[in-house]
Design a protein around this ligand. Structure first.
Ligand code: COA
Length: 183
């Protein structure tokens, strides 16, 4: 069944502008965050070394938006950093639940950008009819991400044992913390 939610094409917060990705963003995304193994350490994908495979990934992001299905991603640009591409945030709906993920380029860590974007988009999601729960998870060894979830008003629900494979760290699933906010 087609998703009835009216996802924003763009959104803006005090310091950020967000838009949907395009295939031709690959070199910029590579430079901003996708080529840094420190950034991808706890993610479900390994860092990229070339723009071509990243362009393939971005074409899937474009398709997801067209179909309104799967992981729906925005690129984040910081107004107070010369409109630089700083990272991305995405969400995926499953009935009344929406799960979030986010990533930021290392030079921009610790400025509150991710919290700002996550607060905005999670508030949007929870304001939609039929959405009752937003949630996210992070590796137990990723306290910065756990802190983002706390600052965005999510509550810790528990430990997901052997939940998520971080390919940068090996093939075995790792323990994760799960956080949520409900209405
Ligand atoms: C996790 C990540 C998205 C956070 O983005 P960010 O924009 O730096 O986050 P914010 O600035 O909004 O908040 C980070 C918080 O974590 C805290 N923090 C950072 N490193 C920390 C650490 N090692 N231990 C405890 N807290 C830490 C910061 O102090 C800050 O909290 P504060 O405002 O209370 O001081 C970013 O570090 C990142 O992209 N990491 C790599 C990708 C990733 O792990 N994504 C999440 C996958 S679940």
């Amino acid at each position: 069944m087609a998703d009835s939610l009216d996802y924003p094409v763009t959104f803006e917060t005090a310091r950020l502008r967000a838009r949907r990705p395009r295939v031709e963003d690959a070199p910029a995304v590579l430079a901003a965050y996708a080529s840094d193994p420190e950034v991808t350490r706890y993610l479900s994908w390994c860092h990229y070394t070339e723009p071509a495979p990243l362009a393939v990934f971005l074409s899937r992001c474009v398709e997801a938006w067209t179909a309104k299905q799967g992981h729906l991603t925005y690129l984040l640009y910081a107004k107070d950093a010369g409109d630089a591409l700083v990272g991305s945030i995405g969400m995926e709906r499953d009935g009344g639940k929406v799960v979030f993920g986010y990533v930021l380029g290392r030079p921009y860590w610790g400025r509150g950008y991710t919290t700002e974007a996550f607060r905005h988009l999670s508030a949007w999601a929870l304001a939609q009819p039929g959405i009752f729960r937003i949630w996210a998870f992070c590796d137990v060894a990723n306290p910065a991400s756990a802190r983002v979830m706390e600052k965005a008003g999510l509550e810790r629900e528990g430990l997901l044992r052997r939940w998520h494979v971080c390919p940068e760290l090996g093939s075995e699933p790792r323990d994760c913390l799960i956080y949520s906010k409900v209405r």
